[in-house]
Unconditional design. Sequence first.
Length: 280
Amino acid sequence: MAESSRMIRRRESSQRYKDDWAPYKRPMAFLVFLLVSLAMAMGTFLNPAFMKGAIKSESNTVVVSKMVNSHFNRLATIVGGSSDDENLISDEQARAVEDLIIDYKYGWHFLHTDDMRLANSIKKVILVSEKTDSSQVASVRKKLGKQKSSATYIVANAFDLAGVMLEANIVTIVRIINLLAIAVCLIALQSLLSDAFGRIIFKSALHEAMAGLMWAGFFMMLVYGLLAMIPILMDTSVIAFADFGYWLEIASGVFLDFVIAGAIIFVISAIPWQASSRDS
């Protein structure tokens, strides 16, 4: 009878702790998911050094080459050259062009109001002849060089630098919002944990807090794993708007880093979750 009473009290106590923590677990899982996602976005997608390193991988080099050469073909059409699959600049030259665009778009700047300096830098890269040039590519370079002062405007048109400038300014706004959101998440998370640990027995609060972290890690693996699979499930090259399809292919590899971060959070939080279990 005494043993039965103790079991009943234990169940009631356990239920009370769960009810006490119920208002905290889901908000904490959401806050951690959001906080880690925003922090990783700052270190990856909004970090020019990381993005320039990302396009150097073997798979992304092919994607970058396709993207830059699609614009080179457009340039060939504008200057009156032939536009076909033989208009291919080298992977190294394509990566140099993309490096310039990444620095312009993701570099630490405020709001851009002019894209002519970027166009001029891209023009200088494109006008450099290569040993691998086909006769058509050589002809396009020659025709572009003859355009004199209008060559810079032709490059800006061919590479849609007005759109790049808009994206660069959006990146600045997103970066500011990101930093503010991270600060708000940290304040909210600190307030949530302080309130929870002040109301609930430490061991029970720790157990449920780790459960919230595990859920955050799980959803990171699920959400970013699905995003990483998009280029596998569909042909993203058909999305021509602002080179978004090519960006998705490059981003798929970065999303895998988010999945790894989610797995690390899950595993690290699972250890104290198990250690703080009421049955342990």
